[in-house]
Design a protein around this ligand. Structure first.
Ligand code: ATP
Ligand code: MG
Length: 326
């Protein structure tokens, strides 16, 4: 999801002059003795920033075709010269966090529940049964983001106008790809990282609808579970890195499964999101959706470091996610 410029998305966002320095191009390594061919190899797997090197293990770098351990050591060393080792003072950290922005979901109630909306530099997961509104929410996030970028932020509040986004503008600014296997899904993330890098600061939102569907198909049964979870962990770690490296909001949807043990323990809600502990730990915020009367849906914070486990009711309308009418 692209934005149209550097306009603010809500009043709380302030882009800082130092945003440029947020992206340290991997080409900078040339000044520290790394040759263009090796830099190209890193780019081919979607590592395009100096921070990207810091976020990748030596082992993973050695797995890149044509990179020996000696070369990897040199690359790591060069990257460390360009970037501080990672410790920030609490003040520096708070400055970094100021770059975080929120994208409205379309429902003020739901935004309140989420502490302002879907957050950048984080993974937000929404799960629920079919027709609970996961895809509708993804679409609404796109529209709202586009609207806020195309227009003055004060128009944001004007719900009637939120679909005032011109069709061509929308089509030109949303990139869409369909993954056919979980491996393909991972490869697409390389493409995403390269694209985010190429047009630095332009993309604001990455949606995966749904994160687990292909994993479910590609890995079946208990025997393949360990492998599935390992691959899933790699994908989520990639997503986490992308969200921080390029300051984008990552929004993923997830499916549910009946927990066969739950009926035995008399749990109120026997359905659980799939993906196990790996997904549970990777998502910064988890929203569970369930159906209410008619088009009403109830969102509940399932797992968040900051937000209490509250609920919000919203509705699905022709215009996407909206507040429930009184
Ligand atoms: P799945 O797990 O099957 O992908 P989902 O959670 O993604 O489901 P959505 O497709 O987001 O579900 O939501 C479907 C709901 O949205 C349905 O209840 C449908 O009635 C409602 N809906 C879809 N389009 C419209 C519309 N134009 N106007 C009103 N409601 C709509
Ligand atoms: Mg859907």
């Amino acid at each position: 999801m692209k934005s149209m410029g550097d306009q603010v998305m809500d009043e709380e966002i302030e882009y800082h002059d130092d945003e440029e320095s947020f992206f340290q191009d991997i080409d900078m390594l040339q000044k520290h003795g790394i040759n263009v061919a090796d830099i190209k190899k890193l780019k081919s797997v979607g590592i395009c920033t100096v921070k990207g090197i810091q976020m990748t293990t030596k082992k993973a770098l050695c797995n890149i075709k044509g990179l020996s351990e000696a070369k990897v050591d040199k690359i790591k060393e060069a990257a460390n010269k360009l970037i501080e080792p990672g410790f920030l003072t609490a003040f520096e950290y708070s400055v970094k966090r100021k770059m975080v922005f929120h994208i409205s979901t379309g429902s003020q109630e739901l935004d309140k529940l989420l502490g302002g909306g879907v957050e950048s530099m984080a993974i937000t997961e929404t799960f629920g049964e079919f027709r609970t509104g996961k895809t509708q929410m993804s679409h609404t996030l796109c529209e709202i983001l586009l609207n806020s970028m195309c227009s003055r932020p004060d128009r944001l509040r004007d719900i009637a106008d939120r679909f005032g986004v011109d069709h061509d503008t929308m089509l030109d600014n949303v990139l869409y790809a369909r993954a056919y296997t979980s491996e393909h899904q991972m490869e697409l993330l390389d493409y995403v990282a390269a694209k985010f890098h190429e047009e630095a600061g332009v993309f604001k939102l990455l949606i995966i609808d749904s994160i687990m569907a292909l994993f479910r198909v590609d890995f079946s049964g208990r025997g393949e579970l360990a492998e599935r979870q390992q691959k899933l962990a790699q994908m989520l770690s990639r997503l986490q890195k992308i969200s921080e490296e390029y300051n984008v909001a990552v929004f993923i949807t997830n499916q549910m499964t009946a927990d066969p043990g739950a009926t035995m323990t008399f749990q109120a809600d026997p359905k659980k999101p799939i993906g196990g502990h790996i997904l549970a730990h990777a998502s910064t915020t988890r929203i569970s959706l369930r159906k209410g009367r008619g088009e009403l849906r109830i969102a509940k914070i399932y797992d968040s470091p900051e937000m209490p486990e509250n609920e919000a009711t919203f509705s699905i309308t022709a215009g996407g996610i909206n507040d429930a009418k009184e």
